[in-house]
Design a protein around this ligand. Structure first.
Ligand code: BV8
Ligand code: ZN
Length: 273
């Protein structure tokens, strides 16, 4: 007798084969198996701070040195990690869909860049990226993946110490106007960029199958997308190791780690990887 999960996966795969515009939303949980701590798990702490305390304009205004140590720490951590089978399966599924003349788009809340490194092309990084900076004065935005991002941050960022602050003049500067730069990342209390919201709205309009992976569905506006689509009776599959506010409105809830479940759901064989 096939287990209910096997039946659900088979049903989902049938839906997938008839979909023309798949939209995926990912959160920190999809990168957990790559060794990147999630926000709300135990890994969400750095020194005595919660990530949500540091990812704010107030924290940056109070101590740009502390916030830059936090982001430098995460940049260097991510550099040592690899995309996992969930990221890779999404990238392969996108290629297969494109060949069939269908649409496959990923919206990620993550700033770790792992979807890009896995090969996903149709990607909306709605909260920005650890390897992009924006100028606090002239707003110039640029990629910056240098390690360290500036000399004063070399060997800094350890979660186990509380060193003296770095002088602002020694923190990362704008290549254009030499003013202080900040991570090009949407902090709590900040609006998502208008052009990003427009792209998201378009994808939500076109979506005929929604997959929500590894997010606690707490942070808005991302947390609201599932209910918008549920209103239109768009089938929703959630993949998570816990239930979330999206679970009650999802058509399917696949309970388990993303790296194990996503390849099965998308019929992507990664064993020869
Ligand atoms: C906005 C970049 C309009 C930063 C992020 C009061 C004042 C101001 C604003 C608010 C307020 N009250 C509410 C708000 C709105 C706020 C909000 O929603 N707050 C929450 C906390 C209530 N939202 C905002 O501020 C947004 N802007 O609303 O603008 C506005 C403006 C002013 C005033 C009002 C409104 C901006 C939000 C963007 C913040 N930036 N990231 C950085 O990375 O440094 S958000 C950050 O947390 C992540 O990027 C992610 O988006 C978000 C949620 O994290 P998750 O990805 O869900 O991760 P989490 O750890 O929570 O969960 C992981 C999940 O994975 C779990 O469910 C776990 O079970 C699962 N999992 C774990 N392992 C696995 C797994 N699943 C599968 N497999 C596994 N192996
Ligand atoms: Zn500048």
């Amino acid at each position: 007798m096939a287990s209910s999960t096997t039946v659900k996966i088979a049903e989902f795969r049938r839906l997938l084969s008839h979909a023309h515009s798949v939209l995926v939303l990912t959160g920190a949980g999809i990168s957990a198996e790559s060794g990147i701590p999630t926000f709300r798990g135990a890994g969400g702490l750095w020194r005595q701070f919660k990530a949500t305390d540091l990812a704010t304009q107030t924290a940056f205004a109070r101590s740009p040195s502390l916030v830059w140590e936090f982001y430098h720490y995460r940049r260097e951590l991510v550099r040592t990690k690899q995309p996992n089978k969930a990221h890779i399966a999404l990238a392969k599924a996108e290629k297969r869909f494109e060949k069939e003349g269908k649409r496959f788009n990923v919206i990620t809340q993550n700033v770790d860049g792992l979807h890009r490194r896995a090969g996903t092309k149709n990607l909306i990084e709605m909260h920005g990226n650890l390897f992009m900076v924006q100028c606090t004065l002239c707003q110039f935005i640029e990629e910056n993946d240098s390690s360290p991002i500036c000399e004063s941050l070399r060997n800094r960022g350890s979660p186990d110490v509380n060193p003296p602050e770095i002088d602002e003049k020694d923190l990362p500067r704008c290549t254009k106007c030499k003013s202080l730069v900040r991570p090009h990342i949407v902090w709590f209390g900040e609006h998502i960029w208008d052009d990003v919201l427009e792209k998201i709205q378009k994808e939500i309009q076109l979506c005929d199958l929604f997959i929500v992976i590894g997010t606690s569905s707490v942070v808005y506006p991302a947390a609201g997308y599932a209910s918008i689509l549920a209103e239109r009776n768009i089938p929703i599959a959630e993949v998570n190791i816990e239930t979330t506010p999206s679970t009650s409105i999802a058509t399917y809830h696949f309970h388990g780690p993303a790296a194990q479940i996503i390849p099965q759901l998308l019929s992507v064989n990664l064993n020869n990887e």
